[in-house]
Design a protein around this ligand. Structure first.
Ligand SMILES: *Cc1c(COP(=O)(O)O)cnc(C)c1O
Length: 456
């Protein structure tokens, strides 16, 4: 008999509610602050987001119903499979059992569609006609473009310049879904023009692109445009928890009660939150689970950044968020994992670190590409450069289990495939990639600006 390699769920077994970690955190979350240093009110966010999503953003309800129509759209590709990585285990000669949740099966190629569909639906419901957003590597832009096409919204995407140049197919995918995609910084916004005036050849950053997208939304004189963010915010983490909630049911079908280790890569924190928050719930209630977010050593927000109030964007348009940060002006090395090049971290993920519920790790891109190549050759799926960080983390854990002779259960999130990211693989395969570690000097340079900000 063939061994049990993957577990699907029936559409009827899809979770009907999202899980909100906020009410379960041992230390209550700090509020975001406005320009006056006071907590922001829902009304202050209203020009940027629709009120139904602002309510989710601020919710302290543990379980939030997933609307029927959203479930129906998600069921195009959900539930996603949980796969046992037998071949990877054999290649590593580890006694560990390794499972990965395959979010790459979504039509947009990553987990990002989980929140794109939900956000587009809530905006449409609120009477909004057009969404603006930013995208780093292009996955978020593709996901939101697709969701807007399905739901009937216009979509405009500001794409970080370096990725725009490295990944021309991403732009074409967005155009195919009917969205507009322009390189950021652009001449279309004041935020973009200001930056181009000082640094005309900047590779751009997510922080800059966010500034441009917010500006484009709030300056629409018709008031029918809102902004949509693919990570970082509480409601985005919420929408992604469907991942971990499915995994819980699937692990049981594999005969596993609980993972020993849960791993995911972190940019703004959403695919990590998605797979880990339902297990952080178990950890808060006594389960022994090691929960590991993996970030690039060239953008070491959780492992080396301080916990401060900082803006989510370069032009300081967002409220001050309580988070681990490298400073809103930080422009990371142009590594290929574009989705991990973000200066800040989700306030919920940051709070989980402050409560010592997670153990972050930073890994260099060379080790990550090695992991990605091994995974491709034994399991067959080419991972996104972001996802290779999770795989590298899982491989380290599997080797540790081998050294300790322990039968651990290692779970990681396969956040997306890399079929649109072959330029990075080309660089790796032809020996053009270099190691990069941030110096302390570089680290503190951008934090100076935050000295006069309110402190958490
Ligand atoms: C965007 C992206 C990430 C990083 O974003 P998070 O919000 O931290 O999940 C990771 N993997 C893939 C495939 C992505 O598209």
């Amino acid at each position: 008999m063939a061994r049990l390699k993957k577990v699907y769920l029936e559409p009827s077994e899809m979770p009907k509610q999202w899980y909100n970690l906020a009410p379960d955190l041992p230390t209550p979350m700090l509020p975001p602050l406005g320009p006056d240093g006071k907590p922001v009110s829902p009304e202050m966010l209203a020009p940027v987001f629709p009120m139904n999503l602002i309510e989710q953003e601020m919710s302290t309800q543990r379980w939030i119903d997933i609307p029927e129509e959203v479930l129906d759209m998600l069921s195009v590709y959900r539930p996603t499979p949980l796969v046992r990585a037998f071949e990877l285990e054999e290649a590593l000669k580890t006694p560990a059992r390794i499972y990965y949740k395959n979010e790459s099966v979504s039509p947009a190629g990553s987990h990002k569609l989980n929140t794109a569909i939900a956000q587009a639906w809530y905006n449409k419901k609120f009477g909004i006609k057009r969404l603006t957003t930013e995208t780093g590597a292009g996955q978020w832009g593709s996901a939101l473009s697709m969701a807007c096409a399905l739901i009937g919204l216009e979509c405009k995407v500001f794409m970080v310049r370096i990725s725009f140049d490295q990944k021309p197919f991403r732009k074409l995918l967005m155009n195919t879904y009917g969205a507009e995609c322009i390189a950021s910084p652009s001449n279309e916004t004041k935020a973009g023009r200001d930056i181009l005036a000082v640094t005309p050849h900047t590779p751009g950053s997510l922080g800059i692109a966010i500034s441009e997208a917010i500006e484009a939304a709030v300056t629409d004189p018709t008031g029918q445009t809102r902004y949509s963010l693919g990570s970082v915010l509480n409601h985005v983490m919420l929408h992604q928890t469907i991942i971990g909630l499915e995994v819980k049911k699937q692990l049981l079908k594999f005969g596993e009660k609980m993972p020993d280790v849960v791993i995911a890569c972190v940019g703004g924190g959403s695919n990590f939150a998605g797979i880990s928050f339902p297990f952080i719930y178990e950890k808060i209630h006594g389960a022994k689970i090691d929960i590991i977010p993996v970030e690039p050593s060239s953008c070491p927000t959780l492992t080396r950044g301080p916990f401060l109030y900082d803006h989510g964007d370069t032009a300081k348009m967002t409220p001050l968020l309580p988070m681990f940060t490298l400073g809103h002006s930080f422009i990371p090395e142009p590594i290929h994992a574009g989705g991990l090049r973000y200066h800040g971290m989700s306030p919920l993920v940051s709070a989980a670190l402050n409560d010592k519920l997670i153990n972050p790790l930073a890994i260099d891109q060379i080790e990550c590409y090695e992991a990605g190549i091994l995974f491709s050759r034994v399991e067959g799926i080419v991972p996104a450069p972001e996802t290779t960080h999770a795989i590298a983390g899982a491989i380290r854990e599997a080797k540790k289990a081998r050294e300790e002779g322990k039968e651990k259960v290692i779970l990681f999130n396969f956040s997306g495939h890399g079929l649109m990211d072959m330029v990075g693989y080309d660089k790796y395969l032809t020996g053009k990639l270099v190691k990069h570690e941030m110096s302390d000097k570089e680290l503190f340079k951008y934090l100076k600006e935050l000295e006069d900000y309110p402190k958490p």
